[in-house]
Design a protein around this ligand. Structure first.
Ligand code: MLC
Ligand code: AMP
Length: 505
């Protein structure tokens, strides 16, 4: 049986000249392919020396750096399971993820070592390392004591490679279990679908703790042996400065609107580019058109999620239709069904369901949630609402899950409402998403205070900020006497959205 370990496939695509530059950072550092090969071997050997159980989780909350990327690759290489965590997550959030995933190893920034290690040791984690943006920390110090060659672990298609936490519409976050087969098949499919070729150079400006930056962008470049221009954070001016040296860019819509706000973005600076990919949130037709007008390039919009990696994409060759997410990728089947479970004909709107090699294995230790989200005949219910036209193009028109996508990050109103409702003086709350020119959509909180309580919106926001990742914080908060309800007593969020839709316009 061939080794289906994702790292084995990625490293097999490294160019023959291992001394060529693989990654160039925005602060002037260059890493060769040999550096990637050796450093991942050393970290994999360190992990291997810890006597971890098969399937052990390695949870990582560190700033974006090339070494953080190497840690991901080394975890795959050693055959363990990578669990990336957004750097914005705070104590309560980290406590939940570590408690739920029970990682054998936790890697955090040196600045957070005190509180993260306390949480980890209490949850039974045996090894906590640190890794800073400037390559300091105990992880690399310890790895430096290990050999720089390593035999890649043998993995099957079905072996776990990563767990990505995605929030549930009710209850706590669920860990989507992705296998080597899920990730490898998607990387191979996208390599062909997007025409990756010799000489490609990727601008990598996304965070590496979610699907878009960690899998789609990173695997795309690596499985093609392509160099990356690596940005620790997205800064539009710096990205534009390097565009002449690149051919591929991937971003969430906010990145495109911020680039468009720069007067230096034009046809000259983008003339060597061959592909701009957008995803993770709806791309407004307005942005799609403005981009084409300014740069001459047609953005390729694609659709995916943590549970499925990439599902659909506009064609590389052929018509890229703004406002659609394109056609199901080769090997992926999509269908649209009504609430009664009947297949809908072309053009009719219903729940989007998917089947294919990249669909995840299930939610970590939540078999009942996994069952709920699959149909009896094995299709995954995406929670997205849309239609497929008679040419096969998919359009997403909404979501049946109560979810706000803000700047490409998912925010679950139920989670924010839970925190608000627990605050003194709050009787009830509702959080809704409203249009925002920069983030696409942002949360707004509407709160009913308890009778006689003195509650200030600023205090509620400040209290949320101390407990939750910053991107989840509602941008505005209103106090009201009552919430609009239907005859069943359910809050009518559509009316709240309508009421506040012009807040940021
Ligand atoms: C930052 N802020 C946000 C925010 N990001 N608010 C709402 N939504 C967001 N996404 C807030 C901060 O809380 C802060 O508020 C203020 O904005 C400035 O913070 P910042 O850290 O300086 O922001 P910035 O670095 O400019 O970040 C914006 C961004 C970032 C757009 C670059 O959000 C980002 O990288 N987004 C990409 C997310 C992504 O990769 N998604 C892929 C998911 S995968 P205050 O009040 O504290 O000042 C997926 C599947 C798929 O969905 O199909 O790909
Ligand atoms: P996540 O759980 O972070 O992986 O987010 C996945 C969700 O992002 C999907 O279920 C969609 O709702 C949304 N999404 C991803 N790509 C697109 C897109 N191109 N257009 C609209 N929504 C998208």
């Amino acid at each position: 049986m061939p080794n289906r370990n994702l790292f084995a496939a990625l490293s097999a695509a490294f160019p023959r000249d291992l001394d060529a530059v693989a990654v160039e950072t925005d602060n002037g550092l260059c890493y060769s392919w040999r550096d990637l090969e050796r450093a991942t071997a050393m970290i994999a050997n360190l992990l291997g020396s810890l006597g971890l159980e098969p399937g052990a989780r390695v949870a990582v909350q560190v700033e974006k750096s090339v070494e953080a990327m190497m840690l991901y690759l080394a975890t795959l290489r050693a055959g363990y399971v990578f669990l990336p965590l957004n750097t914005a997550y705070q104590k309560g959030e980290i406590e939940y993820f570590i408690g739920n995933a029970e990682p054998a190893v936790v890697v955090c920034s040196p600045a957070n070592f005190g509180w993260v290690s306390k949480i980890a040791f209490q949850a039974g984690t045996r090894h906590v390392f640190t890794l800073a943006e400037d390559r300091t920390g105990s992880l690399l110090q310890r790895a430096a004591q290990h050999p720089d060659t390593h035999q890649v672990a043998v993995s099957g298609d079905d072996d776990l490679a990563a767990i990505l936490y995605t929030s549930g519409t009710t209850g706590r976050s669920k860990g989507a279990m992705l296998t080597h087969g899920n990730l490898l098949s998607n990387a191979e499919t996208l390599k062909t679908a997007w025409g990756w070729r010799e000489g490609d150079v990727l601008i990598h400006a996304l965070p590496i703790f979610h699907v878009h930056g960690l899998f789609v962008a990173l695997h795309g470049a690596l499985i093609n042996g392509s160099k990356m221009l690596w940005f620790a954070r997205f800064e539009p001016k710096k990205v534009i400065e390097r565009m002449l040296d690149a051919t591929v860019f991937m971003g969430v819509p906010t990145l495109y609107t911020r680039l468009l706000a720069e007067s230096r973005l034009n046809k000259v600076v983008t003339r060597n580019m061959r592909l701009f990919v957008s995803g993770s949130a709806p791309l407004l037709l307005e942005t799609f058109n403005a981009w084409q007008e300014r740069t001459g390039h047609v953005i390729l919009e694609r659709y995916g999620m943590s549970e499925t990696v990439m599902l659909a994409s506009n064609p590389y060759e052929g018509e890229r239709r703004g406002g659609t997410v394109g056609l199901p990728l080769p090997g992926v089947s999509l269908r649209v069904r009504d609430d009664a479970g009947r297949d809908l004909p072309a053009g009719e709107i219903g729940g989007i369901q998917v089947r294919g090699p990249s669909v995840f294995k299930g939610y970590w230790r939540m078999p009942e949630k996994t069952r709920e989200d699959f149909t009896d005949d094995g299709w995954f219910k995406t929670g997205d609402v849309g239609k497929i036209d008679d040419r096969g193009y998919v359009t997403i028109v909404g979501r049946s899950k109560d979810l706000i996508i803000s700047g490409g990050y998912n925010v679950y109103p139920a989670e924010i409402e839970g925190y608000l409702n627990d605050m003194p003086g709050v009787a009830e709350s509702a959080v809704v998403g409203v249009p925002h020119p920069d983030f696409g959509e942002v949360g707004v909180a509407v709160v009913i205070p308890r009778p006689g309580a003195s509650v200030e919106p600023e205090h509620l926001i400040a209290a949320l900020k101390s407990q939750l990742a910053n991107f989840k914080i509602p941008k505005r908060c209103f106090l009201v006497g009552e919430l609009p309800r239907n005859t069943m007593g359910k809050v009518q969020k559509n009316l709240l959205r309508e009421q506040h839709k012009a807040l940021f316009q």
